[in-house]
Structures are given as C-alpha cells and as structure tokens.
Design a protein. Structure first.
Length: 360
C-alpha cells in the first residue's frame, strides 16, 4: 500500500463474464516460502485466486481487480496467463513470470511460488477508529493519526496497508501503515494530497479530531521478512512510500540484539515536498546501523539533500548481492529500482516491492 488509493473495481469471476469453461480441470501447485505446498484443482476459465479461496488456502488478496498487486505470485512451470484488462504489474515483472492470481487462469498444469509463508496471511478485520491528529507535513503530505476505538484491534506486519472508508461516501481507500504493532491502538498514516482526490478533499475540508472512521485490514504481501542481522537491508522510497519503511525500520530497531545495516534512500520531486527529515535524523541517532540518503528530482543541492532520484542514490556505494531490498513508490521508480538492483547482483527473490496506483 500504500498511500495513493488503490482503485477497487469488479472483476469477472468464474461463471460470470469470463471465458466459458471447457470442462477441463488443471492441477495448480502453490509453493509458499516456508516450504509448504498446496495443490488446487482449477477448472478451465476459473481464476486461481477463486479456487484457492474455495479450498481455504490463505492467499494475500484485497482488490480482486488487478490494482493492488496483493495476490502476486511467480509462475515457475506450466501455463497460466492473466485475463486482458487493467493490471498494475510492471512489464519487467510480467516478463519475469509474475502473475496476479485474481486475474490468472490456468490452461494446463502449473506451479507458482508465493513470497510469504503458508500461515503469514491472516483474515482482514473491520474496526472503528477516532482521529487523533491531522498534521500537514509538506505541501502535499498529511500525517493522519488514528486510534482504534475500545473493543477493536488490528494485527499487521510492518509494510502492510489498511483500507479506510472515506466519510460521506461508500469509497474505500488504501494506505500503508507508518507505525508499528507496538504503537497500537495508535495507527499512523502518511497520505499524499491530490488535487481532486476524494480523501484529500475530506482531509482538507471536513476531517476533525475525534471524528470516527471505519477501516479494515491488514492487506498486502509487502512486509518485512525475517532475515539474519548480518543481511544488509536496502530501502528505496518515493514520496509517501516512506510510510511502510518507517514501520519496518522502527520494528527492526525495537528487536533485541544486533541490528542489520540499513540504507534508506528517500526522494521527492522538490525541496518543499520533502518531509519527516528530523524524525529520520533522530532514527539515525537511535540506530547507528541506519544510513539515510535524501534526494530531490530538481532544485539546488543542500547539506544532506542531493539532486537526483532515490534509485541513483541507493547505488552510490557498494551493493552486497546478499542484501534484501524493499521498494515503495510510483511504478516508474519501482521498476527502475528493481532493474538497477538486479543488475547490481541482487536475486529477484530478495527484492520486495509495493507500487502506488492512483485511484480513479
């Protein structure tokens, strides 16, 4: 998730507007990162995600329209293609065999690998929360702090996102969580203000402390993976893609023992768009293994702020090919960062990404 709202649109389900079934049934194997394999029987024309849900297999999913990429998996053998239409996968991801299971049909036996364990994805819950604080951080960024109401709780992994029902409408919008589980019942979000955004209009004109909002979650397969402290962590964040990185960094800082080397490359378009610089500086004092590199696309360089993009900044120095990388921001940045890190020797399996897609 992600701060720019992910659109939710209906997708043809099996038996609906999708291709007619020929009666054939295909064996589809799902391989989770903890070594567990689940085998599905998927009918011709049936979506793999639908078959998994029917079989009670825990698959990360949310929008079911190809917008949020929560249900991403990699095709390792066999034949399975996505239905035509809107899809937020990058061309490089498709070429690497990635598929969104909410749009994918099998045309023969197939195997997929999933980037999380078989017990990692729990059911989303619904909750009510009060607004604690609405704070303008930059020209187009707001920090929204919520507090869960009594009787509600929400577990999540650092990096995941929640959905908020925009007051005064039936629309749901998705935002990455910037805080940690230890901060609950407080939940912090970093939200980019858009000129004609539904949430942006609410935040600018109507939202007030103590207002109640409805939310659900968590969602998404973009979350902090377990890794030895000896493994370097690379993080590339564009704009409010910083939110899930803060949750990850604060979670790592709170863990006992040795901390991993972390390089966070954070960039915005202009100097007045930058935000959270002092909190980032504090985190470097608290966690000496953290290095931050701040960039702006255009403008004059200043102390501690370079001109360029966060992808170039993350490459400014040696890259350990054993590193694990987390990428969050606009699709172009995510694609460029993935390509650059793979070219630097990182395995695609060690690169995790979340791209923001603006709502319609």
């Amino acid at each position: 998730m992600t701060d720019i709202a992910r659109p939710i649109a209906p997708v043809p389900l099996s038996g609906g507007d999708g291709p007619a079934s020929s009666g054939a049934v295909h064996t589809v194997a799902l391989h989770f990162s903890d070594g567990v394999e689940r085998v599905l029987q998927v009918a011709e024309g049936e979506l793999v995600l639908d078959a998994a849900i029917a079989a009670g297999v825990g698959i990360s999913h949310q929008c079911r329209s190809g917008s949020c990429t929560s249900c991403i998996a990699r095709l390792t053998s066999g034949s399975a293609e996505m239905r035509s239409g809107s899809c937020s996968l990058l061309a490089s991801e498709k070429a690497a065999g990635h598929r969104l299971l909410c749009l994918t049909e099998a045309s023969g036996p197939a195997s997929f690998t999933l980037p999380y364990g078989s017990t990692s994805i729990g059911a989303a819950t619904e909750a009510q929360a009060f607004i604690n604080t609405i704070e303008q951080l930059a020209s187009d960024v707001v920090r929204l702090e919520l507090e869960l109401a009594d009787g509600f709780w929400l577990d999540f992994k650092p990096g995941q996102f929640i959905q908020i029902k925009v007051p005064g409408s039936d629309a749901m919008r998705s935002y990455s969580i910037a805080s940690t589980v230890a901060d609950l019942p407080r939940i912090e979000l970093l939200i980019r203000l858009l000129p004609d955004g539904l949430t942006s209009d609410w935040l600018r004109n109507r939202a007030r402390p103590e207002d109640v909002v409805s939310l659900s979650g968590p969602y998404g397969s973009f979350f902090l993976r377990a890794a030895p402290a000896t493994i370097p962590h690379l993080m590339v964040a564009g704009g409010t893609g910083l939110a899930p990185m803060l949750s990850m960094i604060d979670t790592l800082r709170a863990r006992p023992g040795r901390k991993p080397k972390i390089v966070l490359s954070f960039g915005c378009a202009t100097r007045d768009g930058l935000f959270h610089l002092e909190p980032l500086e504090l985190r470097q004092h608290w966690m000496p293994s953290l290095e931050t590199r701040i960039s702006i696309d255009r403008g004059a360089p200043e102390d501690g702020v370079r001109v360029g993009n966060p992808v170039a900044a993350i490459l400014d120095g040696p890259i350990d090919p054993a590193s694990v990388a987390y990428l969050c921001g606009p699709p172009g940045m995510v694609s460029a960062a993935r390509d650059a890190l793979e070219a630097a020797g990182l395995s695609p399996e060690n690169i995790f990404a979340e791209q923001f897609v603006a709502s319609t």
